[in-house]
Design a binder for this molecule. Sequence first.
Ligand code: B12
Ligand code: SF4
Length: 477
Amino acid sequence: MKVLLVWPRSESVVLSDELSCCEPLPLEYLAGALKGRHEVEIHDCRLDPPLEQRAREGAAYDVVGVAVPFTCSARAAVQTAREVKRLWPRALLVLGGHHPTVSNEWFADCPADYVILGEGGDALRGLSDALEQGTPLSDVANLVPFERFLKDGPPPVGATAKDVKHLAKPDRSLLTRHAQRYFHSYYRPTALIRFSAGCPYRCDFCILWKLTAGRYFTKAVDGVLEELSEISSENIYVVDDEAFIVAKRMHELADAIATAGFRKKFHMYIRADTAVRNPALMEKWRGAGLDSVLIGAESLEEDELDAYKKGAGASETVQAMRLFHSLGVKVRANFIVRPDFERKDFARVAAQVKTLGVDLPSFSVLTPLPGTNLYERVRSEFFVDGPELYDCYHTLLRTKLPLEEFYSAFADLIQGTAARTDVPGASQAPVFYYSTGSAFTRMIQAVRDGHKLGEPVSGTPHLPPAAPASYPLPVVS
Ligand code: B12
Ligand code: SF4
């Protein structure tokens, strides 16, 4: 079968492609699962010429898969799906990705035929095999007819969880044409890799522990080394939810990376308390190439941390900052801006970020992302809605400050704390993500204009089915 996989353009007006444009690793995973059995191409709408050009050049496909990676890309993905249906009306059109795995909202006018839920490789291979062999598609697990998906929605989050150990290796060869153009922050170019999936913690606003049904899955060390050996980029963005949960394994991986002689710079997510508990591991990873970490600090206020069910205190963030600075590892720390923030709260967070000496501060408005416990609880309180508001730079909940003033204070916070350190290639002016040119100015203006986005919610909003009340206890493998 001939299969085309499409990554939509970015919808978000704030975190634009000028600040981060990463390789579509999910599609490379899918291509890896089809390798040797079906013919696959990947189209990246952010970098490739319009899809129409492919059709004009005579390309034809049996299956076209359109990714919906974020809720905020739902509109762009639906537009892409319509374009695909117009260009290749006979191809089977399949949606997949994070957003349809957790929600069926914003798809009403999408012409898709099927949706694939969760890790998509096995289902896409099953679908392509079945089409080739003429066997029923109804036998393919995690493949749902689009009409049924629209009517019933996806199953409870986590129902399709899969151990990443058993997934086929991503096929990176299909995007070598863009390898030099994919970047994240000042990592230019960068490749993406996944060492593990899931998280044993239970933060209230987070979907990641739910996606793996509370489990923590790891890839085999040999498999990681094999992938690293196929990546030419020096910079590696590890997209794990929390890479360092199993310390023993991470010691082994760092040793294996050092022994193999890789010269890489890693950017990785870690909890502050994990780092504080494992200083020797952090030091070993520094030696293996750890260049920067992203910590979800969220807040330095204990009552806020408790409300988020973070399971760690502010002192751990302070200690982790000291540890990483002593090792020469740069820290990006993210803080949550609550809709009920007043001017004094914005000022407090700005002062805390400066005192901590965060290298790259970033901020997210407390966003009830679909499928999270927070979402289930507060969905009925939204005063405004629209997929573009789920980019963590907009509020769906009423603010204490007048809305324009809230966005203005938020923009001032980002601008006032923006990094000014001497990272090679960074400009001297305040920057975010070490942006170049006037990208940061455009980002700040988009934040200030936040009140202009979204549709007012009137009456009782449609409530999706509630998630199951309990999830399995953490299993650390
Ligand atoms: C890396 C990453 C990014 C990178 C970019 C990723 C990229 N390639 O462009 C950056 C930093 C730019 C980013 C930005 C954002 N991100 Co982000 N990101 C991630 C992260 C950490 C990993 C994604 C990944 O590569 N996973 C590994 C792949 C292999 O797994 P996967 O994505 O699940 O893919 C599998 C399935 O979904 C399925 N599948 C995927 N696509 C398709 C397509 C088809 C056709 C089919 C059949 C199947 C299929 O099969 C895949 C392979 O098994 C996830 C968290 C996570 N664990 O997924 C958050 C995550 C996706 N991001 C999230 C968010 C909120 C954002 C932002 C909106 C927020 C922000 N302000 O930063 C922005 C949006 C940017 C934009 N341009 O619009 C949320 C999404 C929640 C939601 N409902 O929208 C997540 C889940 C994290 C979270 N905290 O909840 N992100
Ligand atoms: S520690 Fe991070 S990944 Fe784990 S549940 Fe909390 S926010 Fe999500």
